[in-house]
Design a protein around this ligand. Structure first.
Ligand code: 3PG
Length: 222
């Protein structure tokens, strides 16, 4: 196994063990580390920091320096953003939709990537491109766990990170799908809690999610 493949396999194991990926839109970079600590106190040690705000690159740099935190870059839509996220210290990349150029560039960096797919055609393309795990976006609008089960039965070797419109209450249903590697969502870090520095609320949400993910039976997981 190549070093890149080994890194990807290890990352996949980490994401599966975590089960939940907080998707963060951070307006105020100065709270990045406080936010990370709030999530860690709740038992979640992964963050997908989206490249949707002006200081997202600096936020990734700050988060990359936090011990025992796995930080990825989300909403990666261009090759320049791949370069930027890698330079900032992201350990994985997530995209909302498929882009051959973005996938290729991340491979040139040896950087694991979870591109977003929404259709069986895109899933097929991902498979043919050598990927074994993708983000499914927007999971809720696409039909939720039922759609994932349908994809899983036709593409048993593919694993999914559903994201988009998922609520805390639905987490358990998504995690019950054996092909789901982890569930992504912004419900853990709502804008109002970030703006008011309500770390206790974020820790509480993280700890409830970590408990649900921790109770998942991984024996059937693919
Ligand atoms: C994403 O980038 O994956 C989504 O915006 C997250 O979806 P959510 O905000 O509906 O959880």
């Amino acid at each position: 196994m190549s070093a890149a493949a080994q890194m990807e396999a290890e990352l996949t194991r980490t994401l599966q063990a975590c089960g939940v990926i907080p998707v963060v839109v951070l307006e105020d970079v100065s709270v990045a580390v406080d936010l990370a600590h709030a999530l860690q106190r709740g038992g979640l040690a992964t963050i997908e920091l989206t490249l949707r705000t002006p200081d997202a690159e600096q936020a990734i740099r700050n988060l990359a320096a936090v011990p025992d935190l796995l930080v990825g870059a989300g909403t990666v839509t261009t090759v320049d953003q791949v370069d930027l996220a890698v330079a900032a210290g992201a350990r994985f990349l997530v995209t909302p939709g498929w882009s051959d150029q973005v996938v290729e560039r991340s491979r040139q960096h040896g950087m694991p990537i979870y591109p977003g797919i929404a259709t069986a055609t895109e899933l097929q393309h991902a498979l043919e491109s050598g990927l074994r795990a993708v983000k499914v976006f927007p999971a809720s609008a696409l039909g939720g766990p039922a759609t994932l089960r349908a994809y899983a039965s036709t593409y048993p070797d593919m694993r999914f990170i559903p994201t988009g419109g998922i609520s805390e209450a639905e987490l358990v249903d998504y995690l019950a799908v054996p092909s789901v590697l982890a569930v992504g969502g912004s419900w853990l870090t709502p804008a109002d809690a970030l703006a008011s520095h309500d770390w206790a609320a974020i820790t509480a949400a993280a700890s409830r999610a970590a408990a649900v993910a921790g109770a998942r039976d991984l024996k059937d997981a693919r």
